[in-house]
Each structure stands twice: as C-alpha cells, then as structure tokens.
Design a protein around this ligand. Structure first.
Ligand code: MN
Length: 239
C-alpha cells in the first residue's frame, strides 16, 4: 500500500498579518507538492505532538527572531518579532534534530536552525558587510545575487555546481555557527548563505529562497528533490 510522505511547514506569524491570521506564501506549498510531498501547515501547539504526524520539516521564512533568544541586542530594523513563533520553532527544530527528522530550512528557517543549535545572528547585514552587494531591495523586496558553494560541501553535490544565482531576501544572517554546523555557501561579501552538518545529511539549510522562481530555478528544484528523497526514506522507516 502506498503511503504519502507528509511535510510540515511552519507558517508566518499572525503578528505581521492585518487580520491576525496564520499564512504562508503558496510558493512553498507548490515547491513541496511539485516533488511529490504532502504539505500541511504547522501553526503552533506542542512541538513534539506536531512532529508525530510528519516525515519531514520545512522551516519557512518570515520576520526576525527575538535577539533575546541568542543573547543578542534589539536592533532598530527588527520587524515582525514574535516570541511565541520563535519558541515553538526552536523547540520544534531541536526535537526534529534529536529524532533525525529531515529538515529543509529556508531564510529565517536557517537562522532558527542556527539559534536552536546555539549559534548567533548578525543583527543587520549592511552594518557588518556594507551595501555593495544587496541582500534585499528596499523597502523589503527580493533581489538576485550569486553564491559560492565550497566544492567539498554536500550542498555542492546536491546542486551539482559551486556557483549559482539565488533569490535573496534577508537583512540578517548567521554569525557564530551553531554546534556541528559548517558553512556550505557564501556571498561575495562574506555573508554566510548556507550551512550544513557533516552528519546528518538530511538537513539542508539555505539563507536564500529556493521556492521563489527567477534565479537558477532548475538548481533550486534539486534542493527540494534532495529533501523529498530524505523525507521518503524517513517515511519508509516509519511504516
Ligand atoms: Mn543573500
């Protein structure tokens, strides 16, 4: 009998929504469904219970993480900070890592992964790295830039390249790496654009937005395909 593989996707905070609603751009859902996975939205509750019904976790983008979560200081550019979303996602990530659940972490999701493993964030990228390379267009729009992927990273095998164009849409970045993480991509200005564990291989984390079309789309799909492979493996292990 065929069992579909279920992916739980974290949703945007209702704090940033005019109606106070949970939401998530359809691009995430489409990208996941496109590689044969069954998507469902995670909106909070008990992190352990949330993980019981899924075979993979997609940590989505969104507003800034409360700097208090990593011993940082509030910054004037912080937006859409939601301590409830932060706590839920950090615990969700720790539980998923502990149980070996595959994770695809995107943008804020990669920052959550880093904070959940004890890392810190750069409060505002232009202040540290200058503005020669834009990581987001004003006021808050995506922009295309290239990233370099170390040839000895697992990410370069997944993408089958060491250089690609990405949709960038962030103003914060990974600073000190979380425990066990290593850099898997950087921008020309030095900003960390992807991280990975040596083990497990089932965690993919990128600072850019592979779900958005417009930059090396074929390569971006490889990330979702690799994630789907891990999720389906996890599903087979459960049944
Ligand atoms: Mn960027």
């Amino acid at each position: 009998m065929f069992h579909s593989s279920h992916v739980g996707l974290t949703s945007y905070s209702p704090c940033g929504d005019p109606k106070g609603a949970f939401s998530l751009p359809a691009d995430y859902i489409d990208a996941v469904a496109d590689v044969g996975l069954e998507p469902s939205l995670l909106v909070g509750g008990d992190p352990r219970a949330s993980l019981e019904t899924i075979d993979g976790l997609l940590l989505s983008g969104g507003g800034d993480i409360d700097p208090g979560q990593y011993g940082g200081e509030k910054h004037e550019t912080n937006y859409m900070v939601d301590p409830r979303r932060d706590s839920y996602e950090i615990e969700l990530t720790r539980c998923a890592l502990a149980s070996g659940l595959p994770i695809l972490a995107i943008c804020r999701g990669m920052q959550i992964l880093n904070v959940a493993t004890g890392g810190t964030l750069v409060a505002h990228v232009p202040e540290r790295f200058g503005s020669a390379l834009e990581h987001r267009a004003p006021p808050r729009e995506p922009v295309v830039h290239r990233v370099q992927v170390p040839a000895d990273s697992r990410l370069s095998l997944t993408l089958a390249t060491t250089d690609l164009a990405v949709m960038s849409w962030h103003h914060q970045a990974v600073d000190r790496l979380g425990t066990g993480l290593r850099v898997a991509a950087t921008a020309a200005d030095g900003v960390i654009e992807a991280v990975e564990f040596v083990q497990p291989r089932s965690v993919i984390a990128v600072q850019w937005h592979p779900e958005l079309k417009g930059a090396d789309d074929g390569r971006q799909r490889r990330l979702f395909a690799a994630f789907a492979e891990c999720v389906q493996e996890q599903r087979r292990g459960r049944s």
